[in-house]
Design a protein around this ligand. Structure first.
Ligand code: CUA
Length: 336
């Protein structure tokens, strides 16, 4: 009977081990994109991650190797009393300690290289402000204010000045390589240079209230010339409405309380509560990423923002007529 019991234990251990292995492998195989850092400093972080992964894997292989070997070799023996083994004890205390020291030194080094300021003054400054629940992006040197979609040129140093308007948020776009908290009353800086063109998704990673999940970021990294094209357009005041219905939309925007909260540069709308809408039509999403920016979705949003994103500052406007909503859509979607 005893033998059977040890046998089933070994089998149980093997099952557990295989389950662990399957879980580990399956957990790692889906989309690994967020590990592909696209910034100079993100690559340092990635290197540190790889180092700790390799070290952990070696330790795991040794521990599991000894474990499996012992289970197989001693499976039919009764446990026996053993005196301590000083050499072994020193070995398994000193080895992990040494590994931790190595990781500690490299971590400090990486932290320093990640947080250090850019050497030259050529950096593009963007003031990033966290709000419940959206992001404001301001380019002071370019006279641009936009929201939720951050355009940057590749191969130019970028400095993000991270602030918060209300509670603690955290700026995280995995492919930058690390994240940083946004704390009311304080400015944290993030310095990096993007080396690969593309679109990189991110999100707020500090719980900041009911709609924390809908505080998405999109970084659009383009070539310098594409960025210049974008910034030349973006720094212009809003375009004049091109149709009668869009002009009605502008009048409606100023008449109902939209203008009290939103800015549309070049118009009397100068509100500071909600996102700047000067080039709203060129954005991909509405409401911090909660909806794709299409006329249908904008209609749903205007009719019932609280139904789509409960708790946000923007109230529903029950008094808007169908004509007014159609006009607002024509106006806003025309703002490129
Ligand atoms: Cu902002 Cu979570």
């Amino acid at each position: 009977m005893k033998q059977r019991r040890f046998g089933s234990r070994t089998r149980g251990a093997f099952l557990a081990l295989s389950a662990l292995l399957v879980l580990t492998v399956s957990g790692c195989t889906p989309d690994m994109e967020s590990f592909n850092t696209v910034t100079d400093r993100g690559d340092d972080v990635r290197w540190l991650l790889n180092l700790s992964f390799v070290l952990s894997f070696i330790v795991m292989a040794i521990v599991f190797g000894i474990l499996i070997y012992s289970m197989l070799k001693f499976r039919n023996r009764q446990p026996s009393e053993r005196e301590g083994n000083t050499k072994l004890e020193i070995f398994w205390t000193a080895t992990p300690a040494a590994l931790l020291v190595v990781l500690f030194i490299f971590s400090i080094q990486t932290m320093n290289s990640v947080s250090k300021e850019h050497d030259d003054d050529d950096a593009l400054h963007v003031v990033v402000t966290g709000n419940q629940w959206w992001w404001s992006f301001e380019y002071p040197e370019l006279g641009i204010t936009t929201a939720n979609e951050l355009y940057v040129p590749t191969d130019r140093p970028i400095t993000l000045e991270l602030k918060s308007n209300d509670v603690v948020h955290s700026f995280w776009v995995p492919q930058i390589g690390w994240k940083l908290d946004m704390i009311p009353g304080r400015t944290n800086e993030m310095h990096f240079t993007v080396d690969t063109e593309g679109e990189y998704d991110g999100a707020c990673t500090e719980f900041c209230g009911a709609q924390h999940a809908w505080m998405r970021i999109k970084i659009v990294a383009t070539s310098t010339s594409d960025f210049d094209t974008w910034s030349a357009r973006e720094s212009q005041p809003a375009s004049e409405p091109s149709s009668l219905i869009a002009r009605d939309g502008r009048d409606t925007f100023m008449l109902v309380s939209c203008a009290a909260c939103h800015t549309i540069s070049g118009t009397e709308a100068q509100g500071q509560v909600g996102p700047d809408l000067t080039h709203f039509g060129s954005r991909d999403t509405i409401g911090g990423g909660v909806l794709e920016n299409t006329p249908e979705n904008l209609e749903a949003w205007l009719r019932d923002p609280q139904g789509i994103k409960p708790g946000i500052v923007m109230p529903g406007f029950d008094e808007l007529t169908d004509e007014q909503i159609a006009a607002l859509i024509a106006y806003l979607e025309g703002l490129h």
